[in-house]
Design a binder for this molecule. Structure first.
Ligand code: BEZ
Length: 211
C-alpha cells in the first residue's frame, strides 16, 4: 500500500519493547513520528536511535510521540538498547516495534525490494492528531537521517495549520514566514497587522505569528 500525503494512516497492533502496541491507542490525540531503520546491531541505526533518544524532550515539548520500527525481535531490541546506551550515552526512551512478521513494514510500504527484500529502508512518517499523513521521507541504508529536520518540519506543520502562512526554504522557528498567495492584501491587513514585505505580489513575508 502506498501512503500519500493527507491519507488517513492504517492502524495496527504489533509487539514492541513496551509490549503489544495498538498504534491508534498509542498515538491518542498527539502527533506521531513513526520511523523505520534496516536492522538491529547495525552502526548507522545505532547512531540514529541515540540521536532520537537525545531529542525526546524536543519531541515531547511539541506533543509528538515517537515510535521506531525494526524487523527484529523485542529481545534483540532490548540487547541492542544496552549497546545504544553504552555507545551513544543515552537510554532508549521510546518504544521500538518488533516487526518480525513485517506486518507494519508492508502496511506502510517500508520494504523496497530493489533495495532489500528483508530489511526496511529508512522511512519517516509524520502523522497528525487526526491520523493524517503529513510528511514522508525515505533514505537509503547508508545515510543516517537528520532528526533536527524532522523537528523543523513539525514546527512548520504546527504553525501553518494555525495560520495562513507557509515557511520558506531552510526556515527555522522564529524566522519570517510567507503569507499564503490565496490571502488577499485586504485579508492580510487583518491577519498580519504588523505588516509584510512584498518582494513580488505572490511573495510576501511577515514576522512569524505567535503560536
Ligand atoms: C547501518 O545501520 O549501519 C546499516 C544498515 C544496513 C545496511 C547498511 C548500514
Amino acid at each position: 500500500m502506498t501512503l500519500q500525503l493527507n491519507d488517513t494512516v492504517p492502524n495496527f497492533t504489533q509487539d514492541s519493547t513496551k509490549g503489544p502496541i495498538n498504534f491508534f491507542d498509542y498515538a491518542g490525540n498527539s502527533w506521531v513520528v513513526l520511523f523505520s531503520h534496516p536492522k538491529d546491531f547495525t552502526p548507522v541505526c545505532t547512531t540514529e536511535l541515540g540521536a532520537v533518544a537525545k531529542l525526546k524532550p524536543e519531541f515531547d515539548s511539541r506533543d509528538v510521540k515517537i515510535l521506531g520500527v525494526s524487523v527484529d525481535a523485542a529481545q534483540d531490541h532490548e540487547k541492542w538498547a544496552r549497546d545504544i546506551e553504552e555507545t551513544q550515552g543515552v537510554k532508549l526512551n521510546f518504544p521500538l516495534l518488533a516487526d518480525r512478521n513485517r506486518r507494519v513494514s508492508f502496511l506502510y510500504d517500508m520494504i523496497h525490494p530493489n533495495a532489500s527484500d528483508t530489511m526496511t529502508v529508512r522511512t519517516v512518517f509524520i502523522i497528525d492528531p487526526n491520523k493524517k499523513l503529513r510528511l514522508t521521507l525515505t533514505y537509503p541504508a547508508s545515510t543516517g537521517r537528520n532528526f533536527q529536520e524532522i523537528l523543523r518540519v513539525v514546527d512548520s506543520l504546527q504553525l501553518t495549520d494555525k495560520h495562513k502562512v507557509a515557511t520558506p526554504a531552510d526556515w527555522r522557528q522564529g524566522q519570517d514566514v510567507i503569507i499564503l498567495p490565496a490571502v488577499s492584501n485586504d485579508e492580510a491587513m487583518r491577519l498580519f497587522p504588523q505588516g509584510w514585505k512584498e518582494h513580488r505580489p505572490y511573495l510576501r513575508t511577515t514576522r512569524q505569528p505567535a503560536a
